[in-house]
Design a binder for this molecule. Structure first.
Ligand SMILES: *Cc1c(COP(=O)(O)O)cnc(C)c1O
Length: 382
């Protein structure tokens, strides 16, 4: 039997022990946590919609009408007109024939990969893909092949080596711990050349990239022909909860029939779908939120490089500072916290060994003085 005490002690010794902080205020940039007021740079609420009055009102009105829960899975009788309307709006937003809601992004990724691939098939994944994409590959029991990060030629080589079976290429759109964007046009070309599906999980691109917030496919101008399987999550820039897959009529119909994490789980509360309908509208209309983010990102990158901090290759609101050692990253995060700044240290196994980092993220709600304050504090602890 696993010695849990020893295993936990080892995690502490390796500076890999994780603790939860208790938040006592709504999602936002100024929060109360563990009894203190903090300036936060670690939320994925990039557009500041999680606590937007119109989104909150839509959820409240939705709960008044629909009640608190959906009561059943989608295939039993949990699929409401609110879910259905949101799916139609997400299909229009992504310019795909249909979209399908999942309860979480984790489940969408597990569900899609395992529905499309099985024993004897091949799943090709970028080395830095999100854990849920890797777990989807494992769940499918297909042969899982990882290719060098963002390297279409490395992918091409692996694609050329396979002998039989279906092939699915899977990548993050914007990499969640690095902030860089996958080379989608090149990956799409290689996938097409080998008659493989391409699946893009754009959890961190939707709302942030593209003139209308359509994410990395809008950024690159790619349609369903290039990216037949497009995943979005609703808990990040959308500010609510849940996820969706957008694709062809047949793709969505097949997932409804086959994706077990879709079939065997309770549908999202309809009120969450109503809130997301409100946030989808704001996400598309409020161009200023994307522009504001770009201003903050430029200000931060300029200031951080003047301080000699190690930025990563990112133009997105995910602006990690590479630290290296786990204990050093933890010490910096703690020192920032003492000065009222909340930034989480990201350690292995979330990121590769020796690349612990401070994952700084920006929200359209931050002000330029907030970034100034962040830079001042970083200078004092670096
Ligand atoms: C957050 C995230 C997910 C998981 O989405 P949830 O809705 O939080 O389960 C999946 N993929 C990526 C790239 C993510 O960043």
């Amino acid at each position: 039997m696993l010695d849990l005490t020893a295993a936990l002690t080892r995690l502490k010794q390796d500076h890999l022990y994780r603790r939860r902080r208790i938040s006592e205020s709504a999602t936002g940039v100024h929060i109360n946590m563990d009894g203190r007021e903090l300036l936060s740079f670690c939320s994925n609420d990039y557009l500041g919609l999680a606590n937007h009055p119109e989104v909150v009102k839509a959820m409240r009105d939705g709960a008044d009408y629909w009640g608190a829960g959906s009561g059943a899975s989608h295939l039993v009788n949990g699929h409401s007109a609110a879910h259905h309307a949101l799916e139609e709006e997400l299909a229009a937003f992504t310019a795909r024939p249909r979209a399908l809601l999942f309860s979480t992004g984790y489940m969408a990724n597990m569900g899609v990969i395992a529905a499309l691939c099985g024993r004897g098939d091949y799943v090709f994944e970028d080395r830095l893909n999100h854990a849920s994409l890797l777990d989807g590959g494992l769940l499918s029991q297909a042969r899982l092949q990882r290719f060098a990060h963002g390297d279409a030629n490395a992918l091409n080589k692996k694609l050329a080596e396979r002998d039989s079976g279906e092939m699915l290429v899977v990548t993050d759109g914007v990499f969640s711990m690095d902030g860089d964007i996958a080379p989608l046009p090149e990956l799409a070309a290689k996938a097409k050349q080998h008659n493989a599906w391409l699946m893009v999980d754009d959890a961190h691109g939707f709302g942030v990239l593209g003139a209308n917030g359509g994410g990395c496919v809008e950024h690159f101008g790619l349609g369903m022909d290039e990216v037949p399987i497009l995943i979005g999550t609703l808990g990040k820039a959308f500010g609510t909860f849940g996820a969706f897959v957008a694709g062809s009529e047949e793709m969505i119909e097949y997932l409804i029939q086959k994706a077990r994490p879709y079939i065997y789980t309770t549908a999202l509360p309809p009120a969450v779908a109503e809130a997301t309908r409100a946030s989808l509208k704001l996400l598309q209309e409020d161009q200023w939120r994307r522009e504001k983010l770009q201003t903050l990102i430029k200000q931060f990158r300029k200031g951080a490089s003047e301080l000699g901090l190690q930025l990563m290759n990112s133009d997105t609101p995910i602006q990690p500072l590479l630290i290296g050692d786990n204990d050093k990253a933890m010490a910096m995060s703690d020192a920032l916290l003492k000065q009222g700044i909340l930034i989480s240290a990201i350690r292995p196994p979330t990121v590769p060994e020796g690349t612990a980092r401070l994952r700084v993220t920006f929200s359209a709600q931050h002000r330029e003085v907030d970034v100034d304050q962040l830079l001042t504090v970083l200078e004092s602890v670096a």
